[in-house]
Design a protein around this ligand. Sequence first.
Ligand code: ZN
Length: 394
Amino acid sequence: MTCVGPENPDQARLLRLLRDDGPRSRVELGDAVGLSRTRLVAEVGRLVAQGLVETAGPAASRGGRRSSLLRVAARVRFAGIAVGPAQVDVALTDGELNVLARRREPVDVRLGPEPTLARALELLGKLRAELGVGPLTGVGVALPAPVAFREGAPVSPPALPGWHGYGVRDALAAELGCPVLVDNDANVLALGEQHTGTGRAFDDFLYLKLGTAVGCGLVLGGTLHRGATSGAGAIGHLRLADDGPRCACGENGCLEAYCSDDALVREALAAVGAGRSAALAARSAGTGTLTVADVGKAAVAGDAAAQALIRDAARRLGRVLVGLVNFVNPGIVIIGGAASGVGPTMLAEIRSVVYRRSPPLATGSLPIVLSDLDDSAAMVGAARLISDNVFAAP
Ligand SMILES: [Zn+2]
């Protein structure tokens, strides 16, 4: 296994600074980390000797002699792998976590971890060949599943039957010969927000992931909070009602059973069946089915039934969020993953519930916003996950 990495906390800080802020001159780096000139030169020299940092060209002059910019070396290459409920998505990034190349493919994840991961490795191999990328510095993996972080394995994942307890991290690390970390998708997306999204400006934020599954990533004091057994943020299966709709986990009345994409579609089909929406009926005509995108389009077009069922789901999310924001007191709530057309209606209702039901100390100035990242957020987040680990002091 290629083991490169910083030798001490100062080198780790320098690497993270170059990763997060891009090329910097020695003077700027010294100011930012508060190191003496001599010490800085020594630490940078070690990072250059290890092949982690390189010269990027001349820096803008500050009036003194010309200095050169430093950056994370071009040989530092991370990869992100995101397994979705029906696809794999892989990308290569540079040391600043910019996506250099990416491939996505539909995959039947129910066939189990081995064929799915083999496909991901194949796609990654193609990307590396195309870009001429040698050994990878590290790989981050997002799974649509609860993940035991220390073991690098999913735990009883409803969306990934047959994956329970499979050592995804160790299997990939053995194949790739580099460090690998695995986490659930809500956490990885929160890291994507932290690196390149709205979360960048906040030390404490809550990322609410909607879509096929509902989850939450929590960044506290600038660090992703996983909890004692990496179960933090698993809000999708909080029980709202014992007699509620059936959930993918086998229980009834979970938050996810009210608010996931499938739940919205279920309610939309019920509205069609009850003759409450001509717009949804027209969209389902012929096939007898609907997608969450249909629900979003009907809502945007002003269909009252579609809007009402989105608001109803959002109200339940809002009530859960009231508890979370009062307990955690985040600086911002970022909501991602909502289907196009669904997000704005959902956001308006969530805001209304949270602001109405919370005491002012926790929510007086709390922004609640939709994520402005595109669907590469998981790739950036996965790269961030592993780079935080590789760029850490031993
Ligand atoms: Zn459930």
